[in-house]
Design a protein around this ligand. Structure first.
Ligand code: ADP
Ligand code: MG
Length: 201
């Protein structure tokens, strides 16, 4: 079994054609340079850990060099390596894959971010999936109301395309036993992977 956590998983997904937030690893000396390369606002995260926010390992909306150094000071207690990521504004959704002994790959879509566990607002389809399947999946969730809430129109088509792409990828990599993209941040322009984990069996 092999597990790809955040950076490795994101690099893998980017090669597969997913839109992934700009990101670079940084140490104390390179931090300011890296943040400026990515461009403020950024997010700082402890690298190579799961459930990062549970341990205070994610600091979002860091706006300048001073804030970046302060955030780094908090994170370096948890890990010397810090991931600097482009900050993406929008709503959090999740996309997942689980390989089931009976059904094979099953695709999941739902509410992402910090409320995933609380609300369990998830729809499922057995792969392969077509456009109608993924449209149905999105519409079944309560989270789909976020697409047209607060006077915005989030890019629903981008999410449909990613769901289809995820299904195709599962077929190509039968060795994927689990995939979690959480969150996929969606705004009016795009749908961006900002955290992912992949398990190869
Ligand atoms: P973990 O799941 O390990 O706790 P995440 O990388 O998913 O860590 O980050 C936790 C939360 O921080 C996300 O659910 C999201 O709300 C926010 N977040 C993470 N990365 C970004 C980003 N690049 N842009 C905006 N918000 C982010
Ligand atoms: Mg996450």
């Amino acid at each position: 079994m092999q597990v790809y956590k955040e950076k490795e998983a994101e690099d893998f997904l980017e090669k597969e054609g997913f839109t992934v937030a700009g990101r670079m690893l940084a140490g104390k000396r390179t931090l300011v340079d890296v943040c400026n390369k990515i461009g403020y606002p950024v997010v700082l995260k402890v690298a190579e850990k799961l459930h990062k926010s549970d341990i205070g390992g994610v600091i979002v909306d860091v706006r300048n060099d001073r804030e970046a150094l302060n955030a780094y000071r908090k994170l370096e207690r948890l890990s010397k390596k810090v991931l600097v990521q482009e900050f993406v504004a929008g709503e959090c959704f999740l996309i997942g894959i689980k390989r089931d002994a009976t059904f094979g790959h099953v695709l999941a879509f739902g509410l992402g971010g910090i409320y995933t566990e609380l609300f369990k607002d998830i729809s499922l389809r057995v792969c392969p999936v077509c456009r109608d399947d993924v449209v149905g999946m999105i519409n079944e969730t309560k989270a789909s109301r976020l697409f047209n809430a607060r006077g915005r129109r989030l890019n629903r088509k981008a999410v449909e395309n990613i769901l289809i792409k995820t299904g195709v990828m599962a077929k190509r990599y039968s060795c994927i036993t689990e995939l979690d993209i959480n969150p996929l941040i969606v705004n009016e322009k795009r749908a961006v992977v900002v955290d992912a984990r992949i398990v190869f069996g």
